[in-house]
Each structure stands twice: as C-alpha cells, then as structure tokens.
Design a protein around this ligand. Structure first.
Ligand SMILES: [Zn+2]
Ligand SMILES: [Zn+2]
Length: 247
C-alpha cells in the first residue's frame, strides 16, 4: 500500500508531521509560518550589508559620497569585488556559527538565499563558483565544508556550475624561480592550491569564490592569487557575512 501510493503517502505524512511539529524559527523556538525561515524578532537582529559599500571590498562606507574605502584605495585587493549578505554581528553569528560548528546544515539554504540577493550581480557575471577550502583535518572533524554547502545552494539558485574541491588547503610549495609576482605570493603563502585536474576549468573564467565569513580578506586574497595565477579572468568573492572592518 505504501509503495503504491508513495508520493501521496509522503505528502500525507509530511502534512501529519507539520501538524505534529509545526515549523519553528531557525534560530529560536518561536513558531513561524514556513519551515526554514526566521521569526520576526530574529530576522530583525540581522544587519544586511547595504549601500553605500566600497566597490572593491564591499565594506559599508560612512557616506554615499565615497565609493572606495581607505584600505582599498591604499592597496587594492587581488580580487575584483567582495560582497556579503550580512554584517557579522550577533544576529549573523546566530545563523553562521551553528551551521559551521553545530551540524545545522539546514541553515546553509536560508543563508545562501540572502547571499543570492546581496551578490546578484556577481552571480550573474560568474562562470564558475568555487568554495574557499577547509583543511583536510578540519574537514575530517567537521565532516563537511560549510562554504561548499553554501556554494552548492548558490549554484542551484543561480544555475551556475560549482566545483567543491577545486581549491585545496596544503602547505607544500614548488620552486619560485619562473613565477610572476602574483604566483610567487600565492606560492609563498602556500596554504591553498588549485587541484591540477581542475586547472583547465579555471582558465579564462570569471570565478566567484564562496566563503562563510570574510574577516581580513586574506584567505580570499590567497585564493584569488592562486586562481589568477592559474589564468582566471577575474575573481569575485561572495560571503554570508563580513566583519565590517578591514585589517
Ligand atoms: Zn526566532
Ligand atoms: Zn574597500
């Protein structure tokens, strides 16, 4: 009987479950109308990163007369543009930290939806989405890369390809003699490399790096250096949240 009316049975079961367990807020116990959303009080705690933003790194600017922050004016970052959905405050932490450390992987989709809005232009112009990699030891401990989860959802929402393991964390380095300035910097840092079998996928492409939290932007810059050295046409960065100051 279950096999015969499989989907009807699942729908019925879904309805019964919803009746038994009414949907509640992603961050607290308050009831909400739709599964996978936040209650009004928790939603109000989120601070969206809105204009005026630095056109390069995306940090909020004090007034609309500016279009670039002091740090980017002094030394432009290696990536073209970085954007984040949220400012990394208590409201954002309540979504990001449980996703990162608490196995609450269902939080990735609502965060990705916020990112899709904040990064609409970057997503539209991207050829390829790549998550910022996690070191394999952390990956073993955590069992998933939170940035790869976000990238998977964003790839589906924006209908763009994404390669979860193209970038890897490593410490190995190769001889620096023949490399240009950008490549050398990437190599010296040595923390991140592009998997050789994916190198051809990056050449000439506009790559959008996906990260959970942008802090100083140093990791994003290291990834950008690696990708530009491999021939990427441009690298943008889209994060769920960003620390509002650049170090
Ligand atoms: Zn709530
Ligand atoms: Zn800036």
């Amino acid at each position: 009987m279950i096999q015969q009316g499989g989907s009807r049975f699942r729908r019925l079961l879904g309805g019964l479950l919803n009746a038994a367990l009414p949907p509640h807020c992603l961050s607290c116990e308050a009831p909400v109308l739709e599964q996978g959303t936040q209650c009004a009080a928790c939603f109000r705690k989120l601070t969206f990163a809105v204009a005026p933003l630095c056109r390069r790194c995306g940090i909020p600017l004090p007034h609309a007369g500016l279009d670039i922050c002091e740090a980017c004016d002094r030394r432009p970052p290696l990536y073209a543009r970085a954007r984040a959905a949220l400012l990394y405050d208590d409201g954002a932490r309540a979504l990001v930290l449980p996703m990162k450390h608490g196995d609450r992987t269902e939080l990735a989709l609502p965060l990705a939806r916020h990112m899709a809005r904040a990064g609409a232009e970057l997503l539209r112009e991207a050829d390829l989405l790549l998550p910022v990699p996690l070191h394999w030891r952390r990956l073993l401990a955590r069992r998933y890369n939170q940035s790869a989860l976000l990238a998977r959802h964003l790839a589906r929402l924006a209908r763009k390809p994404s390669i979860p393991d193209a970038l890897r964390r490593t410490r190995a380095t190769r001889p620096l003699g023949e490399l240009g300035a950008i490549a050398r910097r990437a190599e010296l840092d040595g923390a991140i490399r592009l998997a050789p079998r994916h190198a051809a996928r990056v050449r000439g492409q506009r790559v959008l790096l996906i990260d959970d939290v942008l802090t100083s932007g140093a990791t994003a810059e290291t990834c950008a250096a690696v990708l530009l050295a491999a021939g990427a046409a441009r690298v943008d960065v889209l994060a769920a949240a960003r620390v509002p100051l650049r170090g």
